[in-house]
Design a protein around this ligand. Structure first.
Ligand SMILES: [Zn+2]
Ligand SMILES: [Zn+2]
Length: 264
């Protein structure tokens, strides 16, 4: 069964194609369940590289239109990929209660560090930053607002060697996910970004093998996410490669997510 719950649209300004373009391509590729998870806006602040708040209704109604048009062909879900900031508690709840979202995926690109400062994980100063990052991810997981953690190992994009901080940060996230029975995403876009030269050798930014070796020792459910920004990428060779890697690394891969089992 081919599924994908990490799909972007051109509303985030760094992807191509409208909702319906993704749906028709998904049907063509044999996808039976697809969740839209475009980068979420916040009502009072634009963090960049995401849809505008005043586009949210259009985004959701476009998905609903596709749901009606393709009933019986493909099951579509309304989601958003979003960061967790504690002061937006009411907004996250509103996304479910007022906007009738099916799910939120935690895409923690920005986070609040131990000093209360907003940081971007793509620009870590050292692996020491990963501990604050992991704590922010754990705080988010504990709210039960999120159905899965998108690219939980995205921090390894930074050009540092694996060290005890990497290990400790990974364990924080993995232990918390296990305790809260939350799904971790094995993200194909990290493979799509291709291998790069890191101090520790040639590898993809993520998925990072050392992170997933810890996950492998648990029963945590793992979902493959395409994180596609172009319709043709929905179930492309990189997704197939991610599937192979996840199986080779002995992960507990699941195909589907029961969104109704998540109650914040
Ligand atoms: Zn994106
Ligand atoms: Zn994404």
């Amino acid at each position: 069964m081919i599924t994908n719950f990490h799909t972007h649209t051109n509303r985030c300004c760094h992807a191509e194609g409208l909702e319906e373009d993704y749906v028709s391509e998904a049907i063509r590729q044999g996808v039976v369940q697809m969740g839209f998870s475009d980068h979420a806006p916040f009502p009072d602040y634009d963090f960049g590289f995401r849809m505008q708040y005043n586009e949210l209704n259009d985004y959701l109604s476009a998905i609903e239109q596709s749901q009606r048009k393709h009933k019986g062909e493909i099951q579509l879900f309304k989601g958003l990929e979003i960061e967790y900031f504690p002061h937006y508690q009411n907004y996250y709840r509103e996304l479910f209660d007022k906007y009738r979202l099916d799910y939120l995926a935690l895409g923690e690109h920005m986070y609040i560090d131990a000093n209360g400062k907003r940081k971007n994980i793509f620009f870590a100063n050292s692996t020491q930053d990963y501990i604050d990052y992991a704590n922010a991810v754990c705080e988010a997981i504990e709210t039960k607002l999120f159905s899965f953690v998108a690219h939980p190992d995205v921090m390894f994009t930074n050009p540092f060697n694996w060290d005890s901080s990497c290990e400790n940060a990974s364990r924080l996230i993995i232990d918390c996910a296990e305790k809260n029975d939350v799904i971790l995403e094995f993200n194909a876009n990290g493979i799509r970004k291709n291998v790069r030269a890191y101090p520790e050798g040639i590898r993809c930014p993520y998925p990072h093998k050392s992170f997933w070796e810890i996950v492998q020792k648990t029963n945590i459910r793992v979902i493959i996410g395409s994180d596609n920004h172009i319709p043709s990428q929905i179930h492309d060779d990189y997704v197939r490669k991610a599937e192979q890697m996840a199986h080779r690394w002995g992960l507990n891969v699941v195909q589907s997510i029961d969104f109704h089992s998540y109650k914040y």
